[in-house]
Design a binder for this molecule. Structure first.
Ligand code: GAL
Length: 698
């Protein structure tokens, strides 16, 4: 029996890292035929073909239609949908519907309902009403996944499994009794015995020592601040509990449908609760959902950051944009519609940053339900609308850009991104409520984006030697391994830029002893004697006309040179920005919050240390990204976010128009151009993506 199993496995086709049989770039969206009468489906398929759609995600929220009562299955409708799509040559990303348990499930198994930190039991009527640690949820999701795997594993239309939908949204943790038991098991796995837990959590503080595993609870609402190490472990547990849910379904599908890749859609920059570094290696293809923060000016910069982070999670490999919107969403306070050209710029920015497929939520706008005001590829107004025409145009664009498939992005700079440090930083009772991670990541990324530098995101323990510059927007939680890695990088010649309140605690939120910033003290060549947070709205002046806010520090240099000092504020006269050169490299430290041009002024000096040359002749506001194919062909994607026409240096063939271009690439206001040229010379390798980096010249 075991031998048979082994043979079966060795004969299984290898898991594909891309969509088997799908020619060109993927294009499509979430398709919800269950919301429409069957006579609409042929029209859907016809219009999909007209738009160039070749991949749709099906069945994401259809559990109640597939299994109307426990153990009673109705697959006829899905058979017909997949048949229609297949006949039309449209491939299917088939979902397991486990993100929305049906009413019968919640009714029959009330213990599966999620519970908030405050003890509120959440009910059905929306979606995602499940506890990740519920045994009933595990059993029911395994059953429906097995049914789907058996029935459709060999279906010729199915090229990808879409497990669940956005694990962690809208809830990434549950505080019920099932979760409490699972948390205790998780802790046993991590610490083995209770005395190690007590030590790790510092339970001699506030009489928290545990004498029995049963006494440990999730960090539920409590009269005061709950033990931060306990909270941090609970966040780790919650991310892992969802990962277990994913793995359970994936393993069923791998067993029943070997060879078909499995993914689940991430929300790279939009889900604090999931440590995607731990998830990324568990999916065959990384896929991501991204929605613009509609009201934010220049929100395409955060889009670019999301795309770069997703590509980094994929280790540089092609990834799939599983969802974005053609125009407005429905769930923000004010749902601004995208204006002419915006959707195209957004989509092609994802493509430029490594996405080999672009999908939308959703194919056809819904007539009812909570998302009826959400945009779609086929709007309520049908094919007579601008959005539809833009969708058709984008489909044609992707045809013209098909050669980009498989090419890799190149990066000049690495930015450290660590979910666990983010979690720890933003627990309560920090020296200032204004110490946050995400806005720092965006602030640093924005400067790099404006300077047209390619960015990879990395873990602090990753190999960094390929990057001339590594930026650490904040790394409050710094393990010894991370500190050693960053130090090695600098010793060997790298340039590092670290911002304030980094290197403070270890993996259990325990202060690194001996003075701040304990983990990075030697590397930075300084100690921080006092944190000097600022009052709300207060600013401080620095040398060189710079100003900072929210935070300052009393720094004593111990080897570092003071580059900029505080002119006023609580740290007046002391160092604000320092530079230290241990070994062959350089490390910059910024002890206050700098934004915009002020941050830029410091970064520009770090570029010099790193030997980074900036592109000449490219206006700020024009996004410029390079992908390089295995054969050395370079694709330069230029996206003009300005309201005036520009030119950027470039020679080759512009792929969207097919026109040759000699020396100057014209990119009209709001438009996109993609230049193809062959690289004749061999260039140095940089970045985890392994792309070849050429000089910043046309
Ligand atoms: C996503 C979700 C979709 C849809 C979309 C609306 O987060 O995965 O199912 O709800 O948001 O923007």
């Amino acid at each position: 029996m075991q031998l048979d199993k082994l043979c079966e496995r060795s004969q299984s086709p290898p898991v594909s890292r891309w969509l088997p049989g799908l020619a060109g770039l993927a294009y499509g969206g979430d398709y919800n035929p269950e919301q429409w009468p069957e006579d609409v489906w042929p029209e859907d398929v016809r219009l999909m073909r007209a738009a160039g759609v070749n991949l749709v995600s099906v069945g994401i929220f259809s559990w109640a239609m597939l299994e109307p009562a426990e153990g009673r299955y109705e697959f006829g409708w899905l058979d017909r949908v997949l048949g229609l799509l297949h006949e039309a040559g449209i491939a299917v990303d088939l979902a397991t519907p486990t993100a929305a348990p049906p009413p019968w499930f919640t009714y029959r198994y009330p213990d599966s309902r999620p519970v908030t930190r405050e003890g509120v039991v959440l009910g059905p009527g929306a979606r995602a009403a499940f506890c990740p640690s519920s045994p009933e949820y595990a059993r029911a999701t395994t059953a429906i996944t097995e049914q789907l795997g058996r029935r459709y594993g060999g279906h010729p239309a199915v090229v990808l499994w879409h497990v669940h939908n956005e694990y962690g949204a809208p809830l990434s943790a549950c505080y019920c009794e099932n979760s409490a038991a699972a948390f205790r098991d998780w802790l046993r796995g991590r610490y083995r015995d209770l005395s190690t837990v007590n030590r790790a959590w510092g339970t001699s503080f506030w009489s928290q020592r545990y004498g029995d595993w049963a006494e440990i609870e999730p960090p539920r609402a409590a009269p005061s601040a709950v033990n931060p190490a306990q909270q941090l472990d609970f966040l780790r547990f919650a991310s892992d509990a969802l990962l277990d849910c994913y793995r359970r379904e994936r393993d069923v599908l791998r067993r029943l449908a070997p060879g078909i890749p499995v993914t689940t859609n991430f929300m790279a920059t939009n889900c604090k609760g999931i440590d995607y570094w731990r998830w990324a290696s568990e999916v065959d293809i990384v896929s991501n959902d991204h929605y613009l923060r509609a009201e934010q000016p220049d929100n395409h910069i955060e889009l670019a950051m999301s795309a770069d982070l997703t590509r980094s999670l994929a280790g540089g490999a092609p990834w799939l944009l599983m969802e974005h919107s053609t125009s407005a969403v429905n769930w923000q306070p004010r749902n601004l519609a995208k204006r002419a050209g915006e959707m195209r710029r957004n989509s092609l920015a994802h493509l430029a940053r490594g996405a080999d497929g672009l999908l939308f939520f959703q194919w056809r706008a819904a007539l009812f339900g909570a998302e009826k005001f959400h945009s779609a590829m086929l709007p309520h107004g049908g094919t007579g609308t601008r959005v539809w025409r833009d969708v058709v145009r984008l489909g044609a664009d992707l045809g013209a850009l098909r050669d980009l498939r498989g090419s890799r992005c190149v990066a000049d700079v690495a930015v450290v991104w660590d979910w666990q440090s983010w979690w720890a930083l933003e627990l309560e009772w920090r020296p200032s409520v204004e110490l946050t991670f995400f806005d720092r990541a965006v602030a640093h990324y924005e400067r790099l984006w404006r300077d047209h530098l390619g960015v990879d995101f990395v873990r602090p323990e990753d190999e960094l030697s390929g990057y001339p510059l590594v930026v650490v927007p904040n790394l409050y939680l710094t393990t010894t391994a991370a500190a050693e890695n960053l130090s090695r990088y600098v010793q060997r010649g790298g340039t590092l830029l670290v911002s304030y309140f980094s290197g403070i605690v270890d993996g259990n939120d325990t202060i690194h002893p001996g003075g701040h910033p304990g983990a990075l003290r030697d590397l930075l060549g300084l100690t921080v004697e006092e944190f000097l947070p600022l009052r709300a709205g207060q600013t401080v002046s620095l040398d060189g006309g710079l100003s900072g806010d929210i935070w300052t520090e009393e720094i004593v240099p111990r080897g570092a040179e003071t580059v900029l000092s505080y002119l006023d504020g609580p740290a007046a006269g002391g160092p604000a920005v320092t530079r230290h050169a241990p070994g062959a490299g350089v490390v910059w430290y910024v002890s206050t919050r700098l934004n915009g041009p002020d941050l830029d002024a410091v970064l520009k000096r770090a570029y010099v240390d790193a030997g980074l040359a900036l592109r000449a002749g490219v206006p700020e506001g024009v996004e410029l990204v390079r992908r390089v194919g295995a054969d050395g062909t370079e694709y330069l994607v230029a996206i003009n976010h300005l309201d005036r026409d520009v030119t950027v240096p470039g020679t080759g063939t512009e792929l969207l128009t097919g026109k040759p271009c000699a020396g100057e690439l014209a990119v009209p206001a709001g438009e996109v151009a993609v230049l193809r040229r062959s690289l004749s010379r061999d260039h140095g390798v940089c970045g985890r993506g392994g792309g070849r980096v050429g000089p910043h010249t046309p």
